[in-house]
Design a protein around this ligand. Structure first.
Ligand SMILES: Nc1ccn([C@H]2C[C@H](O)[C@@H](COP(=O)(O)OP(=O)(O)OP(=O)(O)O)O2)c(=O)n1
Length: 207
């Protein structure tokens, strides 16, 4: 079941679902979603001197992305074909019995701006800002303004709460993220040889 505006407000009042700051409830809470605003920080991908991104080499991240801050009142121009990581202003906390979906807004979709390339799910238990995968699929540059409503979140109730929600206990790598975060795929257990809970399967990190 997808939560309606009344359900969302109830869950916010109960306190287990959090979206902060929610500065303009009337404007941001939509009939079955909550609009989220574009933050000031962006991660841009380098085009020069990068022969290839090795996603599994976590050490390389700072070599292929640079962070730019665009204060409210200024604009970030997203050119056709560009791909940058942005962030929501709001931090969210998703309770164990909900899953949230990151969606675009129709008004920006009509300008060919998309807010995620493939990752549209916020897990039960997730807490933090949301990293937006911003692209311009159109043919004209589009000016994005930090503070503008850029994305919307919908909430779906799970049949049963997650047994192992997203979070430190399962070694979730984006838990608590602040601002746009580059891929940490190199931290995946398949590449580090550590278990899904972040522990060394040999027991070498136990006290
Ligand atoms: N556009 C998005 C989508 C998700 N997330 C956050 C909320 C999710 O709960 C978390 C992890 O998302 P995924 O499970 O899709 O990502 P991974 O599988 O790569 O991460 P992990 O291995 O930590 O589960 O990232 C985000 O910030 N921005």
């Amino acid at each position: 079941m997808i939560l309606s505006d009344a359900d969302i407000l109830d869950r916010l009042a109960e306190g287990d679902l959090a979206i902060e700051p929610l500065d303009d409830v009337d404007q941001q809470v939509q009939p079955a979603s909550v609009d989220l605003r574009l933050g000031e920080r962006f991660l841009e991908f380098q085009r020069t001197n990068i022969p290839c991104i090795h996603p599994t080499d976590a050490g390389e991240v700072s070599e292929y992305v640079t962070e730019t801050t665009v204060p409210e009142g200024e604009e970030f121009i997203l050119h056709p074909g560009d791909f940058v990581l942005g962030t929501t202003v709001e931090r969210v906390a998703i309770p164990d019995d909900l899953v949230a979906h990151v969606e675009g807004r129709s008004s920006l979709g009509r300008l060919a701006i998309v807010v995620h390339a493939t990752a549209g799910l916020c897990d039960p238990g997730y807490e933090g800002q949301i990293t937006l995968e911003l692209s311009n699929l159109g043919t004209a540059p589009v000016a994005l303004s930090p503070g503008m409503r850029v994305s919307q979140l919908t909430f779906t109730e799970l049949k049963r709460p997650a047994d192992r929600p997203y979070g430190a206990e399962r070694g979730s790598k984006y838990q608590g993220q602040d601002g746009p975060q580059a891929s940490r795929i190199g931290d995946d257990p398949e590449f580090t040889g550590r278990g899904g809970d972040g522990r060394d399967p040999s027991g070498g990190d136990r006290e």
